[in-house]
Design a protein around this ligand. Structure first.
Ligand SMILES: [Zn+2]
Length: 421
């Protein structure tokens, strides 16, 4: 029987007996499974809805092994990943690890968000095994670990099939690497990584640039132009009028549901290909990437975005501008005129250190401080290249770590000399 025969037969079944059809579909389609079988709710115990979250439908149904999502805040990405994992744990026999930046994040998530979702579903409650604590869940034949990604000791040594990294940019990057080694023996080897971005070319943004870079493009119903919805080009406001999302070419109000995911580099990721008999012809390849732009979600109004931006203008700080770009727009942001990226730093590095004069040691950008070290450093016995780690301290600039041995070479003291670049 060919795929087209199966599809035609199923269409008949949906018409004649929708209940049986949704039972069958619940085995193969995550959204049907969540709504018709598991009766999944959001952590606020509301039904999952896609009317105002339309771009998420394809993310829910995407089973590419390597998915990267650069996202704004509050768009339902954690709910999406948890639902997909629960569906897969229910219908397969797998081990999955879900990471968050810290163990505290994991505990709070498990208690405040995960547990109520399970409790609200009779189906899931019945499927959960007797091991059920904050960091370990059993569901059917599958096991789901929740872990913080702050220390290497949290990167448990069990082999895993699927690893999901939540808030990748705010997790210790070297611990992420350790987690990745956990899938070596698995047939699946799936990594789904997502995060609010921080700065360009770091973390999720660096990963995203290596993907097929999908954007939710919207088509103007008036002039037909396909376009990204951006703060810069689409948040329009006529004198005395209220703000609205309009076409960047003809200014007519956009219907943001009239859109589709379009890959900027479609050749960089392919889905698995099967023949008519369901046999694998070619495995999935490359990395799938989504820029999950909050402005494409219809629950986000132009008025609310405009009000947020007015707050940023009133505060007039780099920190406020950065937060607005990262969280409200889902974009990386670097403050200042001289953009300092990883590449900039790498270009300034050299193998030998001059005996005299100033050595630029490290910089930290953005939220807390920007500065240069003006010391003759490192001493002659450390003539290696140095890497820079960001700091969250208001006093320190950056700690410096030897790229050869991993040892921390310098924790700058608050009295160290700094100056604005
Ligand atoms: Zn138009």
């Amino acid at each position: 029987m060919s795929i087209s025969d199966v599809t035609a037969g199923f269409a008949e079944l949906i018409k004649d007996n929708p209940t049986v059809a949704s039972e069958i579909l619940g085995d193969i389609d995550p959204i049907t499974w969540m709504s018709a079988r598991a009766n999944l709710r959001t952590e606020k115990l509301e039904p999952l809805e896609f009317k105002d979250h339309l771009p998420m439908v394809d993310v829910y149904r995407d089973w590419h092994p390597l998915i990267v999502a650069q996202k704004g805040s509050q768009i339902g990405m954690t709910t999406c990943q948890i639902c997909k994992l629960l569906y897969y744990c229910d219908t397969h026999n797998i081990t999955a690890i879900y990471t968050m930046p810290t163990a505290k994040d994991v505990f709070e998530f498990s208690q405040a968000r995960f547990a109520p979702v399970i409790k609200a579903s009779n189906y899931l409650s019945a499927r959960m095994g007797n091991v059920d604590n904050a960091t370990l869940k059993r569901m059917g034949a599958s096991t789901l670990y929740f872990r913080g990604a702050q220390k290497h000791s949290q990167a448990i040594s069990v082999p895993a099939d699927i690893i999901v990294n939540d808030e990748y940019d705010f997790s210790a990057q070297d611990v992420m690497d350790t987690f990745e080694k956990r899938v070596g023996a698995s047939k699946l080897k799936w990594f789904w990584r997502f995060s609010t971005p921080s700065i360009p070319d770091f973390g999720i943004n660096a990963l995203y640039k290596d993907t097929d870079q999908r954007h939710w493009l919207v088509r103007c119903t008036s002039c037909g132009k396909w376009q990204d919805v951006t703060f810069e080009h689409n948040l329009l406001k006529r004198k005395g009028g209220t703000p609205y999302f309009g076409c960047r070419r003809c200014s007519v109000k956009l219907n943001r549901r009239n859109g589709a995911w379009v890959a900027k580099h479609p050749q960089k990721a392919t889905d698995a290909v099967y023949d008519d008999q369901g046999r694998l012809v070619a495995p999935a390849d490359g990395m799938r990437g989504y820029w999950i732009n909050p402005l494409t979600f219809t629950y986000v109004t132009a008025t609310s975005v405009w009000a947020e931006w007015r707050k940023v203008e009133r505060k007039n700080t780099n920190f406020a501008r950065k937060r607005f770009h990262n969280f409200d727009l889902g974009l990386p942001y670097l403050t200042g005129e001289g953009l300092i990226t990883r590449d900039t730093i790498l270009r300034t590095m050299q193998a030998s250190i001059p005996d005299t004069g100033f050595n630029v040691i490290g910089v930290d950008q953005g939220d807390y401080s920007t500065g240069l070290y003006e010391e003759s450093f490192p001493p002659a016995e450390w003539p290696w290249l140095l890497s820079v780690l960001p700091t969250t301290s208001t006093k320190l600039i950056a700690s410096l770590v030897c790229t050869v041995c991993g040892r921390e070479l310098l924790t700058p003291s608050p009295t160290s000399t700094t100056r604005e670049i």
